[in-house]
Each structure stands twice: as C-alpha cells, then as structure tokens.
Design a protein around this ligand. Structure first.
Ligand SMILES: [Zn+2]
Ligand SMILES: [Zn+2]
Length: 596
C-alpha cells in the first residue's frame, strides 16, 4: 500500500452535490496514509472525515494540512475508486454518497483483530459435468471463465438449473485462479442458489448479507484480507473488496430488490457490469425472463437448447376466475400452486346504507376486505363510507382469501394460503398452496404438478412503465415451479397479448420486441438514463435548455419536480450542470432511475 505525502485530493464526507468535487490538502508523510485512507481534515473550520483520492497537481495558494489518519484500513483501492467515480457520474450522486454505500460503516474495535489469510492452495472442489455445458453458448461462457477473460453474459437457466448455473460459473472462475461474487436479491429466506454456492465452496465462500454492523464490518475486513475466494450476498456484495475478481454473477437480475432505494439509487445489475468491465471480469445476469435492460446491451445469451418448461395452457377465466379446466385440474392435482396476485377476500363495491359507490371516508381510496375486516388500501383507515359514514358494504369477491375458499371446495388435498407475513415456501406433497408475489422466492425447484396463474389481465393493466415486464418475470418464476411434465394454466381474455405469448412459448424475446417501442413511446426508451430532479421554479427552464429526450414537469407546493430521460452519452454533461445548479441553490435533489 503506497504511502503518500504532499498535496493530495480528498473526498470530503459531506454527501452534497454542491460540494461534490475533490479538495486539496497537504498530507504529512509520517501519517502513513495513501489512496483510500480515511483521514480527518479541517473543512469550513470543522474537523471533518475525508477519503484520500490520490496525489494531485491542483494546488491552491493556501493549502490546509491533513490533521490525522483515522484508520489504518484503506477503504478502497485504485480500481474501486474508478468504479465509485463512474457511479457518481452515472447516477449524478456525490462521490461521498457512493463511497458511503460501498464501504460498510466502520467498527473501530474490529480493526485490531483481523486475522491473516490462511495459506492459499486449498484444493478446489471437483465438480462433475454441468448441464450448462449443454446450453447454447454454455461452453463459451465456461471457457471464458476458465481462461480468465471478461465478457457480458445473460443466462436463462432451465427451472431445475437455477442454482447449478451459479455453482458452475463460480467453479470455472476459481479454476482460473480468480475470485467470484454472487449477488442475490434478498436474504430472508436465504435463496437456495446462495446456499448452494456456499455449500459447494465451503471455507472458501462467505455469506455477506444481513447481520449486525459489527459482523458486517468484520466480514468486510476478512474479505479485504483475502480470506475468501467467493462472496455471496445482497446488493452491497457487488462492492466486496476481493482481489483478482473473475466473475460477478447477478441472480434473478430483474428483481426489484436489486435496486437501492436510497441515493445513489443504483441498480446492482448495472454496477456489476461496470465493475466487471473495469477489472476485466465476466458479468453474468441470470433470470428465467431477462429484463429489457439486461438484454439491451451487448451480451451473449446462454440458455438450454431445448424447452425445459412445462407446457402452458391458456384458458378464459370464467365466472370469478374459475375456468372449468382449472377446476378439473385442481381436482386431480396432488401438489399445486395457485398464483393470485390480489390479497384479501374482496373489495367493497357499494355502501349498503346509502347506495353510493364505496370509497374511503378519509381519502376516497378503495376499500378491501382482508382477514375479516374492511380497510382502505391507500391509507389503511378502517372502512367507512365517504358519503354517509356507514361500515356495511356490498363486496365483490376476489383475491387470495376467496381463491383459498373456493379451492377448498374443489381440491382433493388440503388447501393453504400463504399470507404476506408468512415465510415464502413452495407447496408440499398433498397440498394446494395459494399465494401472491411474496410467495415466489428462490426456494429451489419444487416440481409441482400444476401451477395456475389467475388475474393475468388485471396484472398486465397495472400502471407503471415496467409493470408489464415485472408481471411476466413473476409468471416465469411461478411457472418454473411446475415439473417439466407438469402443467401451467394461465387464465386470460387476451391470449394474443405478447406477455401471454411469451409465457406460452417459453421465450421472452418476443415480448421484449413488443415492449421496447411502448417504452420509447412513453418517453423512456430502454437503456436511456432517467432522473427525477427537484428544485426551484427556474429548474424547468434550465433543464429545457439542455434539450433532453424527455422532460416532464410538475409543481407541488412551490417545489418543481422534473422527470428527465436522456441519451447515456449525455449524462456526464448533465451531471456537471446539476452540480452547478445545486451550488446555485436551484437543484435540491437528483434521483436516478426513479420508479415510473
Ligand atoms: Zn383511505
Ligand atoms: Zn354510505
């Protein structure tokens, strides 16, 4: 670790766009600090934390001195700093914010006890042939990993191969003497794929998810010290300080949890690709139904040569979403999953006292009957009529509780409902399980007889630019629970919808071809960065002067909020402008990739 002295650029730990530039300080050599060191500097008269970014020629007339070295641990190396800078630029976020997300909060007492790495040369587990060898372009992916080459791949595993695809890729990476990161969308329960990787690589692998501050920081220090060759974790694992990185594998890449809701609101899929390009590693984005974003950029698609999916039958819903074919199938199924995206037992249609259409007395929202009580779906207030205050409503029955009820009258085996607060699981033998999106996690490949998808049409009509894609991803995840010789029944009045057709054919590419023009028409073409900018009234004119591809503006209580979509190549210039406007007090907040 190089020790610096003399003028150095530092990043002040103040997450403000207006201050998002390097400041120069004089670093005394005897501190032993260098790139990535946490130091303390005087800033506007106060002792402030900062990170050393490197030596600089940009020396002001009056230069203050770095006061002290805060920690002997370096927060990042040169290549990580390249990544952080690229993220700061791409997401128009202060560098300090990016570093604050990428490096876990320090627990000083853990720094004294970092164990030295064990001697290397641990034998690699021998893995037999993998089904990925037989995939289209599977050998190309595995040879690329074994040769330690870079490259961007999208893997669409067969339903039974989801975990083995990740294990195979990691094994090939370790065989090349390099290290690997596997990123999963959530920690609870630990996805089967994450468990499979940790099991396969034993002491070489570490789970980097959840845990308290102390455990997280200790694990991070151990990773930095070279104790592990495989890191498996949620979003922050994409920054894991592994040396010789050969693979970043993103499991279920379209999952909403892969996006950080806080600034810099990055998507882990994009950061994985950025980091892989910087360090010359392979990036793999894995999903049953890859997103438009994953496939919009150059990549090699790796997928099974044949059709590994159960056949999908399309039927009209029938009264209350009960087609005769579904009823017959449920009667004979011994292990089935019924996907019903709506919660509860039904929605209030009309007030029984005054006859007016039902609406929440507090906010006019929709009222839903769930677990025996009626509540507003918007504000959660107890259901009272907006017109007369009465609490008795005519109910239109629909939702998972109602499905559970009627399925009990049909199925030959017990029926259960998986609620919002229940741990996600697949149906067991002799069970029909009713559940929504929360049930569909990576619990392995349960191999059920029957998967039924209800309320398909209402799901496809949900608002949101990428709502249709999310729905299709969910359907594919549900369909993956069926045995290859099982059956999937989807109930729809729109059998020709490209999303339905994609599910039936087992090929999402057709859907993506239909969806891309829709997004472009809405003003948000796939691959175009989007920002929500908040600020003063002048903001709209300033943004219009930049002539972005799309500019939508609204005014809420004296605050101007603008949605901007622009060409990726123009983001650096846009970011520079936002930093200038932030310093002028015109921009108060920039959020990248907001929900649309
Ligand atoms: Zn309400
Ligand atoms: Zn009423």
């Amino acid at each position: 670790m190089g020790v610096l002295s003399g003028p150095v650029a530092v990043c002040i730990d103040r997450p403000l766009l207006a201050l998002d530039r390097p400041f120069t300080y004089d670093l005394p050599g005897e501190l032993g600090a260098g790139l990535g060191s946490v130091v303390q500097v005087p800033f506007h008269g106060r002792a402030t934390r900062a990170w050393v970014l490197g030596a600089t020629d940009d020396v002001p007339e009056r230069m203050l001195r770095v006061r002290k070295l805060v920690s002997s641990v370096r927060s990042f190396d040169e290549r990580s700093l390249v990544l952080f800078r690229a993220m700061s630029e791409r997401y128009v976020a202060p560098l300090a914010t990016v570093i604050g997300r990428a490096v876990p909060p320090r627990v000083a007492s853990e720094e004294t006890s970092i164990e030295t790495p064990p001697p290397g040369n641990r034998p690699l587990p021998t893995l037999g042939t993998s089904p990925i060898d037989a995939y289209r372009d599977g050998p190309r992916l595995l040879e690329g990993l074994r040769a330690g080459q870079g490259g961007a791949f999208v893997v669409r595993p067969a339903p039974t191969d989801e975990a083995v695809a990740a294990v195979t890729c990691v094994a090939a990476t370790l065989a090349a003497g390099r290290t690997a990161i596997v990123i999963v969308p959530d920690a609870d329960p630990v996805p089967v794929t994450a468990g499979a990787v940790v099991d396969a690589f034993g002491a070489d692998a570490v789970l980097f998810l959840g845990g308290d501050k102390r455990v997280r920081y200790r694990t991070w220090l151990e990773i930095a010290a070279g104790r592990y060759r495989v890191v498996v974790g949620t979003r922050p694992a994409v920054f894991a300080p592994l040396a010789d990185l050969g693979l970043i594998y993103v499991h279920r890449e379209g999952h909403p949890q892969h996006r950080d809701e806080r600034s810099p609101s990055y998507h882990v899929r994009d950061v994985a690709r950025m980091r892989a390009e910087i360090v010359g590693a392979v990036s793999v984005l894995s999903a049953f139904c890859p997103s438009l974003e994953a496939t919009a950029r150059d990549h090699v698609l790796v997928e099974p040569a044949g059709r590994p999916w159960a056949p999908v039958e399309v039927v009209r819903p029938g009264p209350e979403g009960r087609s005769p074919r579904l009823i017959r199938a449920l009667r004979s199924a011994t292990r089935a999953f019924v996907f019903e995206p709506l919660r509860g037992y039904g929605v209030a249609r009309v007030c029984r006292s005054c006859g007016e259409p039902a609406a929440c007395a507090s906010c006019l929202g929709m009222l839903r009957l769930e677990r025996g009580s009626i509540r507003c779906v918007v504000c959660e207030a107890p259901g009272r009529c907006a017109s007369c205050g009465a609490t008795d409503f005519g109910i239109a029955r629909r939702g998972a509780e109602r499905v559970e009820e009627w399925a009990r009258g049909v199925a030959a085996v017990p029926v259960s409902l998986i609620g919002r607060d229940d741990p996600s699981r697949a149906p067991v033998e002799r069970e029909v399980l009713v559940g929504g999106v929360d049930a569909l996690k990576d619990v392995g490949s349960p191999g059920v007889d029957l998967v039924a998808i209800l309320h398909a049409d209402a799901s496809l009509r949900r608002p949101g630019v990428d709502a249709r894609e999310r729905v299709l991803v969910t359907w594919f995840e549900a369909a993956a629970w069926a045995r290859p010789d099982g059956r999937v029944i989807v109930q729809t009045d729109a059998p020709n919808d490209p999303a339905i057709q994609a599910l039936v054919s087992g090929r999402p590419d057709r859907f993506r071809r239909a969806e891309a023009p829709r997004r472009a028409e809405a003003g948000f073409p796939v691959g175009s960065p989007v920002f929500r900018v908040t600020g003063r009234a002048e903001l709209e004119r300033e943004l219009a002067a930049l002539d972005p591809g799309t500019l939508l503006s609204s005014n809420v209580g004296g605050t101007t909020i603008c949605l901007v979509a622009l060409d990726a190549a123009r983001v650096p210039g846009f970011g520079a402008e936002m930093r200038r406007l932030a310093a002028a007090g015109i921009v108060t907040r920039v959020e990248a990739e907001p929900h649309l």
